[in-house]
Design a protein around this ligand. Structure first.
Ligand code: BGC
Length: 391
């Protein structure tokens, strides 16, 4: 078998998100939830990785390894700390990060919203609020001086997961077992797709390429589960893909597969290996999810905006990523127009409700000193990038 190779100009990078690495994002909904009396968060985000100050070091690590792209997100609550009150200084910060990418030869991939929202927005309806579309459009407009020079702009991070979150919250309240990502709440899904559209109206023609990112997964049917799988896939994936059809590109973030029988989502069988969150260890889900998106949206450029594994065993991170990339090369060979691969994540960072325990990073971060220590997986991915393929 010949080693997997990728198309010329393919981007190789690492991804982060503001709240997970910056630290001190005291003015958003997550900070508030982290500090609420019955917080479901294992611990607060606190100083995170202090990337708000240490971003030049982060970019040096990415570029130094031989990678060619870096994904980061804008923190809305810093740029618009009160409704209608914008911080020029915060926007300038992100401009410096963007210029820092370009100075190091890194293609910047910038996300407008990666899960967090300002507290003032939460108080006024949050993602489903009546005025949220206007407010998001205004935020996108204000951020154009940064976004205009990004290689790719992602509007919302994973609206299909965001719309499944309220369903998971309700299940948790009822004490039900959560086996994987459930079917999204349809009202929330439609509201988020509407918001994506409002952002696209501002971005189209003003940035190089704009689109959303979605959780992509391999949908598998157990015996008798075909029909149910198709229904669930339509709700979790197809309705979002339809909206992405007119975008400049689609970002896919793939971690695992989802299995269905006649009764719905089934937990992976005990003989299958599982990961943090109880997800099935299935690296080849990457190729499968990308191939399906390419089949539904022929010709649309695709970018893998996240893929990775939470593990303390860095050799396993390399093994997982190698298998995932092999499957991705298969999808490319099958005709998918894939423009790049961004690993989640550059740093061991704040993994939302699970706190700092799961480690997705190519680089370890000392929780006390913030010292960064590259792992062998960073060196390995850099070699893959230099070779533009697997050895
Ligand atoms: C999110 C990241 C998260 C990662 C690993 C993705 O769904 O975009 O913010 O850390 O998965 O769970």
């Amino acid at each position: 078998m010949t080693a997997a190779q990728f198309p010329e100009g393919f981007l190789w990078g690492a991804a982060t998100a503001a709240h997970q690495v910056e630290g001190g994002n005291v003015n958003n909904d997550h900070w508030e939830a982290e500090h609420s009396p019955h917080s479901p968060f294992a611990e607060p985000s606190g100083d995170a990785c202090d990337s708000w100050h240490r971003w030049p070091e982060d970019l040096d690590l990415v570029a130094g390894a031989g990678l060619t792209a870096y994904r980061f997100s804008l923190e809305w609550s810093r740029i618009e700390p009160e409704e209608g009150e914008f911080s020029r200084a915060a926007l300038d910060h992100y401009r410096r990060v963007l210029d820092g990418c370009r100075d190091r030869g890194l293609a910047p991939v910038v996300t407008l919203v990666h899960f967090t929202q300002p507290r003032w927005l939460l108080r006024d309806g949050g993602w489903t609020g009546q005025k949220t579309g206007d407010r998001l459009a205004r935020f996108a407009e204000y951020a154009l001086p940064v976004l205009a020079d990004a290689e790719y702009v992602c509007t919302l991070n994973e609206p299909n997961l965001m719309a499944a979150q309220p369903v998971m919250g309700a299940m948790a309240m009822r004490g039900e077992e959560i086996r994987g990502l459930p079917r999204p709440d349809q009202g929330v899904a439609e509201a988020l797709l509407g918001l994506h559209g409002r952002a696209m109206d501002v971005l189209r023609g003003n940035v190089r390429a704009a689109g959303m990112t979605l959780v992509g997964r391999e949908h598998l049917a157990e015996p008798g589960g075909e029909e149910r799988m198709r229904e669930e896939r339509a709700a979790f994936e197809d309705q979002f893909l339809e909206v992405a059809r007119d975008d400049d590109f689609l970002g896919l973030q793939v971690y695992t597969a989802a299995r269905f029988d006649g009764g719905g989502l089934v937990a992976p069988a005990p003989e299958l290996q599982t990961l943090a969150h109880g997800m099935e260890r299935r690296p080849q889900a990457l190729g499968a999810a990308v191939a399906r998106a390419a089949e539904v949206l022929p010709g649309l450029p695709l970018l893998v905006t996240e893929n990775g594994i939470a593990t303390a065993d860095d050799d396993d991170r390399i093994a997982f990523t190698r298998d995932a990339l092999t499957s991705l090369a298969g999808a490319v060979e099958g005709g998918a127009d894939v423009r790049g691969y961004l690993h989640w994540s550059l740093l061991d960072n704040f993994e939302w409700m699970l706190g700092y325990r799961p480690t997705f990073g190519l680089v370890a971060v000392d929780r006390r000193t913030f010292a960064r220590t590259p792992k062998p997986s960073l060196i390995w991915l850099g070699e893959v990038a230099r070779r533009n393929g697997l050895a």
